[in-house]
Design a protein around this ligand. Structure first.
Ligand code: GTP
Ligand code: MG
Length: 370
């Protein structure tokens, strides 16, 4: 059934919730701001107060936001999205730096990754591969879970000198929960005296049986620092990607997921999106979680402006009216009015949720407010 909180009902009638609560008390009803009313009760109250009622249910607003795929779906191959995961300091960012010939690690505070980086490079056969870099620090579980949920393949990086550690295991579990195939990259094999066999036997205890131990999970020994066997890793990724036969429809309405979002002093909300279907274009109107906007600029991972972003491409967009949350979905819509409607509806839902979470005011506290 449709429910609405007293607070929300008051907001929609443009009155203070304390005033509404007082009105209800006059009618002999003792309710708190976070109490929920069913639609019929709410309608009576609204009409009593001389307002007219227009019921809008959840399904009305969200309905049809994302088009059903057309029957003659125009599926074309798309690049794999590969998330790099593992324990802190095992060399995830270094590995991506080596693949991209960049030096992101040097710019990180304390050499600790605290966000999800998104990049695309060309693999050995010339086809693009999208990479997401995740933090290994224990505090960033949610980011790892998110990273595993938007990806096609997870590369678990294990430092040969440190072995299987708590966030190695956590990462394996995220990949499993997301139903995503794993590739194991044993890193830092340049270090003297390291024993990669120990890593492999330790992995066995977590039901990860790698190929070199007779299993089916590809394992590659690499050194990010000495740039050893990077092609081997990329080839393993390409092989796994081919098995998955990844496809998308680049002609349909564009939608995808927020990888990261922040407020930039000069540029306003800056949102990194991973496009899943269709092509996102400059000038498109988008709903992104509870925010919306007109895409003013699209920037690739080099910071260069691009006009369109197709499936599996990570892009930064400018032009949203607020900062969405990582993991939010985005969708292109036809008009600003539609975008605003959905975003405002979701804002309301968010407020209700937040209110419900902080609810629990006692009757005494409530009376004191009146
Ligand atoms: P978090 O993002 O904080 O979880 O760390 P990370 O996994 O991204 O590790 P990062 O790339 O920051 O590397 C951690 C340290 O390991 C740095 O000092 C790197 O120089 C070093 N390192 C990374 N790869 C190698 C390698 O192949 N060999 C050696 N010897 N050192 C490496
Ligand atoms: Mg890192």
């Amino acid at each position: 059934p449709d429910l609405i909180t007293v607070q929300e009902l008051a907001q929609r009638m443009a009155m203070r919730s304390t005033d509404l609560i007082r009105e209800l008390m006059k009618q002999g009803q003792m309710v708190q701001a976070n109490a929920t009313l069913d639609a019929d009760t709410a309608q009576l109250i609204v009409e009593d107060l001389g307002h007219s009622v227009k019921r809008v249910s959840e399904s009305d607003v969200e309905e049809g936001l994302i088009d059903k795929p057309s029957a003659d779906a125009n599926l074309v191959p798309r690049p794999p999205v590969v998330t790099i995961m593992g324990h802190v300091d095992h060399g995830k960012t270094s590995l991506l730096d080596a693949l991209r010939q960049t030096d992101v690690v040097a710019g990180e505070a304390g050499g600790i990754t605290q966000h999800i980086g998104a990049y695309q490079i060309k693999g050995p056969n010339g086809d693009p591969i999208t990479f997401l870099d995740t933090p290994g620090h224990a505090a960033f579980t949610a980011m790892r879970a998110r990273g595993a949920n938007v990806t096609d393949i997870v590369v678990i990086v294990v430092a040969a000198d440190d072995g299987v550690m708590p966030q190695t295991i956590e990462s394996i579990n995220h990949a499993r929960a997301a139903g995503v195939p794993i590739i194991v990259a044993i890193n830092k094999i340049d270090k003297p005296g390291v024993d990669s066999t120990r890593v492999k036997t330790d992995l066995l205890q977590h039901e990860v049986q790698v190929e070199s131990m007779g299993g089916e999970i590809q394992d590659i020994e690499v050194s990010a620092l000495k740039r050893l066997n990077l092609d081997g890793l990329l080839e393993a990724i390409q092989l796994q990607a081919e098995l998955l036969e990844l496809k998308a429809d680049d002609k349909r309405q564009s939608f995808g997921t927020v990888v990261e979002a922040k407020l930039d002093k000069g540029r306003g909300p800056v949102t990194t999106l991973l496009v899943q279907e269709g092509e996102l274009q400059r000038g498109d109107i988008v709903v992104v979680g509870a925010e919306w906007g007109k895409v003013r600029a699209l920037l690739n991972d080099q910071g260069d402006q691009v006009k369109v972003a197709g499936p599996s491409l990570p892009v930064e967009i400018l032009g949203l009216n607020g900062v969405p949350e990582p993991g939010d979905q985005f969708a292109v819509v036809a008009h600003e009015a539609r975008a605003r409607e959905v975003a405002e509806y979701r804002q309301r839902k968010k407020r209700e949720k937040a209110n419900a979470a902080t609810a629990g005011t006692s009757l005494e506290q409530m009376m004191a407010q009146l």
